[in-house]
Design a protein around this ligand. Structure first.
Ligand SMILES: O=c1ccn([C@@H]2O[C@H](COP(=O)(O)OP(=O)(O)O[C@H]3O[C@H](CO)[C@@H](O)[C@H](O)[C@H]3O)[C@@H](O)[C@H]2O)c(=O)[nH]1
Ligand SMILES: [Mn+2]
Length: 734
């Protein structure tokens, strides 16, 4: 009877659906009135428009148009949100489960501490899945001896760690997280009182300390380089005193060959090498991809994912099961919205109700065959296949999925040439790797693009969000890192809106319209930089010069503007509270949205444009995963860390100065002239911006700590802004 019960179910979030659609109706009606108002004005006789600055007016209207465009795209996520449940106890017996390969990527041991990377490796090896069906591959783009040493040591430690986890059914199988959890951790409650357990725990803790020391003591590392040969090692060691006779997953270290003269395509390139190397080793039909800092926080994810992949109703079109990215270092008020709350909860649930969420780089179980797209069709001739996949016969033979070699008993691949050939940097030349095969290279957000093209080819995905996070990563928690990472993401996303994969052109014939709008939102929301820059300057400068851009308070259309403003804010508040956020989170998200929009959204868009015209090269600066105590403390105390690069701080200072100056000047003028009615919205806008960005003012004037804004930056920027404003005022009077 077991097999007749469904492995998973879903339900539409009906209440949320109604709220969303009602809001959609009201808000879009209001927007229609706004456009009506603007058009009427535009088609008025020129003499009636006198006293209104046409250019400023057009800029504000353009901003409203862009904001509305992005808003409309965003509504697709809200059309049909769903939630899913899984029943892993209904899965077939262990020996019938399909094998899984785990891919973990690391690039630079100075930014990605080896011990943490190894913790991720260990947590993946300890997944609750038959160990003989689990193969863990670590890609080391740095080609670092330290990482190789770390993997060998991790394997040794795993020989005790894995049996310990299974014996006591430990739920938290990332050693670092397990040992740092408080003593009364519920995980081991059943055993907590047993003295045997406590003794074992003590012993394993000592072994972990030893393992840590081994990594710390290693001093042979060389500086990060872009030139190194391929190194592939199947980590094995014969230890005989093994009490539990525990089976171990295979662990493979892969450092692909790199040459400065060959593009290596960052993470996508690394994943493609793993795809090839693993295909001649274990060739598992499913692959779990993890970033080096995303440890498995709960060992059940593999079985959860199989509840979808093995569901006969969905499996034929299902490409991947995406788990949300969650982070272990988020503070209560999360001042930088480091958890990307809206994305990884609401928006992915929304896409799940359509054709499935976007691939999010890490924490997804993907069907290997889907990455070879239509190219892997059986029966196509060898020559053609070599043009697609490169010249390895063994790789091409692996495509039909039958040649899994048993790695453990058969060590041949540890010494043979094929994996090295597949990991060489010239292998892909003249093939379709990165263009049609594997993870795609056209963008630094390889995850978004690969997912988009999979969806375009008719594949689907599902979003699996159990209440206990299955994976936990390290979020960026200081302003500089947040903005650098944002610049890379938004550049990568926006470039997909202006290349041949533009969702609004490439998508509509290939996927349902709503799904297409979701992808379009993801590529175009960096455009927020335009309206936010504009609305933080133009209305304020016009206020200073007494030029109205909005309806008077007594005008009925005033209500339209007020409604749109309030409805947007309240809907956001409703969503924050729906996902368990507080009033604080709401304000913080508004603030960081403004800060990001005027900095990294702008730089991201510019970067994408420069890349498009060949002026800049693509780059991928891995984010820092080192904990800096001072910075962490500031984040935990909800204090912005303004010790960020000047290119981020200067625009923010510029805008806050403009707003304060124009507000003061505007109030003075309004008092003098008495036209508050006409200028109300502009006054309000300046007040709103200054209030929301109060921490900037605090950072300049009040704070004295490490994270405050340096006077050497603040004074020149503020002075330059004041000079510009003076010039502007003089010009305005001409
Ligand atoms: O040349 C490179 C650069 C990066 N990485 C690895 O890629 C992963 C992600 O890099 P990270 O610096 O952590 O970037 P994030 O911005 O935090 O990553 C997010 O955004 C990326 C796309 O920009 C996705 O690939 C990631 O999965 C997603 O978590 C890490 O494991 C890196 O080691 C490589 O293997 N090779
Ligand atoms: Mn990361």
């Amino acid at each position: 009877m077991k097999s007749l019960l469904p492995l998973n179910t879903f339900h539409v979030q009906n209440l949320q659906l109604i709220v969303n659609r009602l809001h959609l109706l009201l808000h879009s009606t209001a927007l229609a009135f706004l456009f009506y108002y603007r058009f009427c004005f535009l088609f008025q006789l020129p003499q009636n428009r006198q006293g209104y600055g046409l250019l400023s007016w057009l800029l504000v209207f353009a901003s409203e148009t862009i904001l509305s465009f992005v808003w409309i795209l965003d509504q697709a996520f809200r059309w049909r949100p769903i939630s899913r449940s899984v029943f892993p106890e209904r899965l077939p017996e262990d020996h019938k489960l399909p094998p899984i390969d785990v891919f973990i990527c690391t690039a630079d041991p100075t930014k990605e501490p080896t011990l943490d990377v190894m913790n991720t490796v260990l947590s993946a090896m300890a997944l609750d899945y038959p160990p003989e069906k689990l193969h863990v591959y670590l890609s080391d783009d740095g080609g670092s001896p330290l990482t190789l040493h770390g993997v060998r040591e991790a394997w040794k430690f795993a020989r005790c760690w894995l049996p310990f986890c299974t014996r006591y059914k430990i739920k938290n199988r990332c050693p670092k997280a397990y040992f740092s959890a408080s003593e009364d951790h519920a995980d081991d409650a059943d055993f907590a009182r047993s003295s045997l357990y406590l003794a074992d725990k003590h012993k394993i803790k000592e072994q972990y300390e030893g393992f840590k020391e081994e990594i710390k003591a290693f001093r042979k590392d060389r500086p990060f380089s872009r030139d190194h040969p391929s190194v592939i090692e199947v980590i094995q060691e014969s230890i005989t005193d093994d009490v539990d006779n525990v089976k171990m997953p295979v662990l493979v270290y892969v450092s692909r060959e790199k040459k400065a003269s060959h593009p290596h395509h960052f993470k996508a390139g690394a994943l493609n090498v793993l795809l090839r190397v693993s295909s001649v080793m274990s060739n598992s039909p499913y692959i779990l991809v993890l970033d080096c800092d995303m440890f498995c926080n709960d060992p059940t994810s593999a079985r959860y994912a199989m509840c979808f992949h093995l569901d006969p109703k969905m499996s034929s079109s299902l490409s991947f099961v995406q788990f949300p990215q969650k982070f272990h270092n988020i503070s209560k008020n999360d001042i930088y919205d480091s958890q990307l709350r809206s994305l990884f909860s609401l928006q992915w649930q929304g896409m799940d109700g359509l054709k499935g969420p976007v691939m999010s780089g890490t924490g997804f179980y993907i069907k290997r065959a889907s990455l070879f797209g239509n190219c892997a069709r059986k029966g196509s001739d060898l020559l053609q296949q070599k043009e697609q996949f490169g010249s390895s016969n063994e790789f091409i033979r692996s495509l039909d999925g039958n040649n899994t070699s048993d790695l453990v008993s058969d060590q041949k691949y540890a010494f043979l040439e094929e994996p090295h050939f597949l990991a060489s940097c010239s292998y892909e030349i003249g093939t379709k790797w990165g263009e049609e095969v594997g993870f795609l290279y056209y963008s630094v957000v390889e995850d978004y693009l690969t997912g988009f093209v999979l969806h375009s080819d008719g594949w689907t995905s599902v979003f699996c969000e159990p209440s206990k996070p299955q994976f936990l990563g390290t979020a960026t928690t200081n302003l500089n890192d947040v903005l650098i990472q944002g610049t890379r993401w938004y550049s990568g996303l926006f470039e997909n809106g202006i290349n041949r994969f533009c969702p609004l052109i490439y998508g509509p014939t290939r996927m349902p319209l709503l799904q297409c709008l979701c992808f379009a939102w993801l590529t175009y929301f960096p455009l927020y930089c335009l309206p936010l820059w504009c609305l933080a300057t133009v209305p304020q400068l016009s206020l200073l010069n007494g030029i109205p851009l909005y309806p008077k308070v007594s005008d009925p259309f005033f209500i339209v503007f007020a409604f749109i403003f309030l409805s947007a804010l309240l809907k956001h508040l409703q969503e924050v509270s729906l996902t368990g956020g507080t009033l604080h989170n709401w304000i913080n998200e508004q603030r960081i949205w403004m800060m990001k929009s005027v900095t990294c959204h702008l730089y991201g868009c510019l970067d994408a444009l420069l890349k498009k015209f060949g002026i800049r090269e693509a780059s991928f600066l891995p984010t820092n995963k080192l904990e800096n105590d001072e910075q962490t403390l500031l984040y935990q105390m909800d204090k912005y860390d303004f010790q960020a690069s000047n290119i981020f701080i200067a625009p923010m200072l510029f805008l806050i100065t403009v707003n304060i100056y124009c507000l003061v000047g505007g109030v003075y003028r309004v008092l003098l002239v008495g036209d508050c009615d006409k200028m109300f919205i502009q006054l309000f806008l300046a007040v709103f911006i200054v209030t929301v960005n109060y921490p900037l003012i605090e950072g300049i004037l009040i704070r004295k700590d490490k994270g405050s804004i340096s006077k050497f930056v603040a004074i020149p920027v503020i002075l330059a802004t004041l000079v510009l404003l003076k010039i502007f005022k003089l010009l305005g009077n001409v």
